[in-house]
Design a protein around this ligand. Structure first.
Ligand SMILES: [Zn+2]
Length: 578
């Protein structure tokens, strides 16, 4: 029986005792041990012997002593228990039983990568589709080549990000493939006098509608309207010279609803579409093509931000003319994250101007940036589910997201030493070589160890320590070098000199001295950590980090969680959070 196994048994036994009034039960402990080390099934007899011995010892301890041992050795066991994430359930969808099946749609504009605000609908759609065994359609809302021009790569970025989030979709639609469908509806509505082609200057149209008055185009006969529509299509009107409007109540309290624009002309020489080039010069506006598609695709429920409330009212007129009934719509409030830009157009401009390095710049709230920094997709989903589809605006800080991620990462990831801005620490009176074994995770001995060798030259041991800790080094101060020994500081200049003081953690604890981390001199791998504000901290990561691979998420002790971004002799890591 190895030492690690004894530790595993002790951990489960103490935890079991804590749960059952101080008395652990061998049977429950055995189950846990076998779940973690299934290969021991063949040695049950000896494992049980060990468990009985440990249970016997542990049950002799008073419960507060049991808790104290856990607190000291496996504090995260207690945290996890406290922080048991309560499974928040989303409220049921309205009128779900009215529909033969639930069909949701997620409609990103591929004019950039998804960010925390933009993926909210995707996560909620996916949750509901799964909850009701329904369907989810991914519909690329790519009909604005002028002001929100699609980026060809962004279609893939969105798919990748959705896959990373674990979103399942059942069909994919491009609105730019459906332009002829929108044209057919436009013609039908114009022929039936539910829509008209307006050639007024935008300014004069606006002042007319503000006065609840019709523009001169509104009541022209249908033949004249169709002639105007044909001119829009064949290029006799230029950009901004004509627009198709849907007739509404001109007394609608919201001027933005009154005779809203449904299709307009875009100069395709100036703004070619990345998928369909200059094939079409008349493009539908958002409310028009979404309204048509939601009906044609038999969508049952729409989840979207409440900035779309006006569109729901607009679409109401369209549906009345076409004899359709509106889907159930849930409008959620805006999401703001303190100090983070969540506007795609501003991010895009920032990238073009060079103030952001790309869509995965660590300062951004894009999924690409969060992934690069070591946020887990489950963290994003939990964060969004916790917010739910509430109609109120929410302002959250990064600490909300970070604390979810920290709880998830903490038991999963290995820990290493990273010495930021290294300085040299020389210690006199070190009598012998030390081989120090430190667990990759203090609570999980089974994850293995890192091994450090400190070989004094004569009696002088030399280490790298972090400049960040230099304030702790005052003359005569005693400091514990984690898992090594305790030192007493002699001098602090460019380098720090100290004397060996004492050996054990117990002595350090009695003196209440600070603990710092270290690596042996002339070891370590050059490492740059990119922080969330884009600045970079240089330093040395311990030798074991040479085994890390790109994409690994780790914890640098006393520094924070990070994701390994590059490993090419020199490590580049992106900082997640403390
Ligand atoms: Zn007009």
């Amino acid at each position: 029986m190895d030492d690690d196994l004894r530790e595993i048994v002790r951990r489960f036994t103490l935890y079991n005792a804590l749960q059952y009034g101080g008395k652990a039960r061998a049977g429950s402990v055995l189950g846990k041990v076998l779940a973690e080390r299934p290969e021991l099934k063949h040695e049950i007899k000896s494992v049980l012997q060990l468990i009985h011995a440990v249970v016997n010892d542990v049950n002799k301890l008073p419960p507060d002593k049991q808790r104290q041992v856990i607190e000291e050795k496996w504090p995260s066991l207690l945290e996890e228990k406290k922080a048991e994430p309560e499974e928040k359930r989303l409220p049921p969808l309205p009128n779900a039983d009215k529909y033969p099946f639930i069909h949701l749609r997620f409609c990103p504009n591929p004019d950039g990568a998804l960010h925390l605000g933009g993926c909210r609908a995707a996560v909620l759609d996916d949750e509901y589709a799964k909850m009701y065994h329904g369907r989810l359609t991914l519909r690329f809302d790519d009909t604005d080549p002028r002001t929100k021009s699609p980026i060809l790569e962004a279609y893939d970025w969105i798919r990748e990000d959705l896959e990373w989030l674990g979103v399942t979709w059942h069909q994919e639609i491009y609105q730019s493939d459906r332009i002829e469908i929108y044209y057919a509806y436009a013609r039908r509505l114009i022929e039936s006098s539910f829509a008209y082609v307006c050639t007024c200057r935008p300014r004069s149209f606006r002042s007319l509608t503000l006065a609840n008055s019709a523009c001169p185009c509104r009541d022209l006969p249908p033949e004249e309207q169709i002639d105007r529509w044909n001119r829009m299509l064949d290029g006799r009107y230029r950009e901004r010279e004509a627009v198709v409007r849907i007739k509404t109540d001109l007394n609608n309290p919201n001027p933005a609803v009154r005779d809203w624009p449904a299709l307009r002309i875009i100069d395709m020489k100036k703004y070619p579409h990345p998928r369909v080039g200059d094939t079409y010069r008349v493009w539908p506006l958002f409310a028009f093509c979404c309204g048509i598609d939601d009906h044609e695709l038999e969508v049952s429920h729409i989840l979207r931000g409440k900035e779309h409330l006006t569109n729901s009212v607009r679409v109401g007129f369209l549906y009345d003319y076409l004899g359709w009934s509106q889907q159930e719509a849930i409008h959620y409030g805006r999401l703001k994250i303190q100090g983070t830009e969540l506007s795609k157009s501003k991010i895009r401009t920032g990238i073009l101007e060079g103030s952001y390095s790309g869509w995965d710049d660590p300062r951004l709230g894009t999924l690409k940036a969060l992934k690069r920094r070591g946020f887990l997709p489950q963290t994003i989903r939990q964060f969004i589910n916790d917010l739910g589809p509430k109609p109120v605006d929410v302002k959250v800080s990064w600490s909300n997201l970070e604390s979810i991620n920290r709880k998830r990462l903490d038991p999963l990831v290995n820990r290493f030493f990273f010495i930021s801005n290294p300085i040299t620490l020389s210690i006199d009176n070190v009598d012998k070589d030390r081989i120090v074994k430190i667990r990759l995770h203090p609570d999980y001995p089974e994850k293995g160890h890192r091994i450090f060798k400190v070989t004094p030259q004569k009696t002088r041991g030399i280490l790298h320590v972090s400049k960040k800790d230099v304030n702790l080094f005052k003359k005569d101060k005693i400091i514990r070098l984690m898992e090594l020994f305790n030192i007493k500081v002699k001098t602090v200049q460019e380098e720090v000199e100290a004397n060996y003081h004492s050996e054990t953690y117990r002595e350090a604890k009695a003196l209440k001295v600070p603990l710092i981390h270290w690596i042996p001199f002339a070891t370590g791998v050059k490492t740059s950590v990119v922080l969330s504000d884009g600045t970079v901290v240089e330093g040395l990561a311990e030798d074991q980090c040479k085994t890390l691979k790109q994409g690994d998420i780790i914890q640098f002790e006393r520094f924070g969680f990070a994701r390994i971004d590059e490993v090419d002799g020199h490590i580049v890591a992106y900082f997640a959070h403390r």
